[in-house]
Design a protein around this ligand. Sequence first.
Ligand code: IVH
Length: 711
Amino acid sequence: MAQVPENRIQWLLSEIRRHDRLYYVLNRPEISDREYDRLFAELKSLEARHPHLVTPQSPTQRVAGEPLAGFATVRHAVAMLSIDNTYNAEELRAFDERVARGLGSRDYDYVVELKIDGVAVSLRYEDGILVRAATRGDGLTGDDVTANVRTIKSVPLELQDSRNIPDVVEVRGEIYMPKTTFAKLNEQKASAGEPLFANPRNATAGSLKLLDAKITATRNLAFFAYASGELSEPLADNHYQILQELKKLGLPVNPNIKKAKDIDEAIGICLGWSDKKTKLDYQIDGMVIKLNSFGQREILGATGRAPRWCISYKFAAEQAQTTVKSIDVQVGKTGILTPVANLAPVLLAGTTVKRASLHNFDEVRRLDVRQGDTVVIEKAGEIIPQVIEVKSKDNRPPDTGPVKPPTKCPACSGTVKKDQNGVYIRCRNPNCTAQLREKLKYFAGRGQMDIEHLGPALIDQLVETHLVENFADLYKLKKEDLLEFEGIADKSATNIIEAIEKSKHPPLWRLIAALGIFNIGGQTAQTFAKYFGTFEKVLAVNKEELKKIKKEEELKKKLLRKKYDKQGISKKEYYKQREDLRKSERLKDIGTEIIDSLCDYMAKPENKATMEELIELKVRPESPKSVPVSEKLAGKTVVVTGTLENFTRTQIEQAIKENGAKTSSSVSKKTDFVLAGKNPGSKLKKAKELGIEVIDESKFIKLVQNGLKFK
Ligand code: IVH
C-alpha cells in the first residue's frame, strides 16, 4: 500500500539528512550519488505537489528564493577572537612557557588542529534549528550571511542527537572552498574574461558575500566546526570533548584533530603537516595548538585580540625575488617614520607586489637593505609583503652606503626623536601636516567615525588648503568650502557634508578609538568607554585615579592567587572567583603605559581644545548602554522562537531592544512573554508549562506600533 505523503516526506527527510551526515560529516557514504539524487528528486516532487508539507528545514529549502537586500549586522554573543601567530618551534616553546607560568604548573595537555584557510563564521542554533550565520567581522559584530550559509550542504539546518539539544548552541568554524572547486571556478572565470580570485580564501569570502544565495549554492563551499560560542548549557569541560559533542550533533569536525600531552608532541604534529598539507583538498595556512581544559583557559584569559591559551603555527610563506627601486619614508598618524621599499613589481601568492614596509630603521640596519638590492620578499600572514633577506650584498657597486635614519621629518622638516627603549623614530612637530593627514584619514575611516565620502584624496586637499587643521575643523566645513575643490560638484558636496553630520553620534568607544592615540585601539577604547561613560569624563581623566584603580585590581588578583596557593580554596572555587574578578574589573587589560598614553594626550592643551570644540560642535557620542528609542516594552524580557514572516532574527532582536525590552534565549520564570513564529520549538512548550504569555507576530507589531500596554 502506498504511504501517505506526510509519512513518505518524513521518511525522505530523515534519510536525506542521514546520508548528508554520512557523506559530509563522517566521510562514509552508504549510497551512490545517483541513489542520493533519486531520493532528493522524489522529495522535491512530493513537496511540489503538497506545498503545505514543506518545512524550512527541508534540504530542498537550502537555497533562498529571493536575493538578499544586503547584509544586516550581527552582534556576537561571545566575541570571536583572533589567534596569535608563531613561525617556528622556538616560538611555540616560548608560548608553552607562558602557559606553564600562567597556570603555575605543567599539568595540562593540548589539542592540535589544522588551520583551515577560509572564512570564520558563527552558526547559531536555537531549539536545534539554524537561525543565524554570521561572519567574524571585527570580532564583536559581523555580517548576517544566513541565507548564503544555508546553501552549504555540510552545515546542518537542524542539529541531531539522541539526547536533548541545548536551547542555544552557537558553533564557531571555518567555511572554505575545496582546492579543486577553486581551480574550476577560476578556469570558468578566465574563459569568461573575468578577474580571477587570488586564492581559495578570497573565493570563499567572495562567495559568502554574494547577494544572490543561488550563486553561492553553486560554489560548493564546505564547513568545519572548531569551537563552541554561546551555549545555554555546557556540553563539555574540555576542547577535545566538545569537538566530539559537536560531531554527535551532526556538525562536521575535521578528522585530523590530535591530542598532545606536551609541547614537544604538539610541535612534532605541526612539523609533520608542512609536507602532508598539499595532499588535502583544502588549503591550510598552518596549525592551531589549543590548551585542552576550559578551566585552565579561564585562568589564562585573553589579551584584547587573542586568547592566551591558543597559538597558531604558520607554515613558511611563499617567497619571491625582486629589486629595490627606492626607499621612502612615510609619516604615520602618531608621527612614526616608517621606511618603505618601492619594488620592481613581482607576483607573489596571487597578487602583484610593488611596495613593502621595512617597519623601522633598526630593521633597515639589520637587513642592510639599499637601493638597487635584490631582495627576497614574502607575505606575512599571506597578506602583507615583507622584505626577508638581501641577496646582493657581495655584488653592490662600491659607492653605495647604508640607508641612514632620518635626522628630520621628510614631510615637515621638524625635529625627530627615537622612542625611549623603543625602535621607532618620530616626528616631534605637533603641526606636521603629514601626521595630520594620516590622523584625519584614520579618524574618518571605517571602524572609527566611518565618514562616508571623506576619502584620502579629499583629506589631502583639506589639509593642503589649511581648511582643516584638527578633527573639529571637519565639523565646521560648509558646502561652499568643498565646491572650491576640483572635481567636487554640488551633489557630492552635499553628500560629504551630510556624511560628516551623520557621524556626530558614534558609540563613545569609536570616538575614543578615532583619536588615534598611541596604544589605544578598538578594544582598549571599549574598556575606557565603559569606564568613563561620557566623552566629558574622558576629557577630565585623572591619572592618579586610574592608576590607583589599576593597582587595586592587580592586588585583588594577587591576593586570590595567594589564597589558592596556600590551599585555602579549591581549584574550582579559584577558577570561579578569578572569573568573577575578571568580569568586575573596570580597567580590564589596560596597563600603565596605556593609562599614560591617554592621560598625556588629554593633558596637551591643543588636544584638549579640539575635544572641547568637538563637544561645542555637537559631536555627542552615545554612552555605552544604548538608549531605547521607545518605552513601549520597557523592562520586559522577551524570548523569540520559530520563523517570523516580517523580521529576520537580527531585526526582531533590534526591534525588541529599541522598544526598551531585552531578549533572552531561554524561557524561565523571568520571561515576560514569548513571541512565537512558524515552527516554534521547545521554548513554546516550556512557556506553556510555566504559564507564560505567548504572542504572535501580528500582536507584537500592534504592541510596538500602538503602544498597547502589555498586560
Ligand atoms: S580557533 C580564539 N581553530 O584562524 C580562537 N581557528 O587566525 C578561535 N582558523 O579567525 C579560533 N582553523 O578563522 C581556530 N582549527 C581552527 C582554525 C581556526 C582556521 C581561523 C579562524 C580564526 C583565524 C585566526
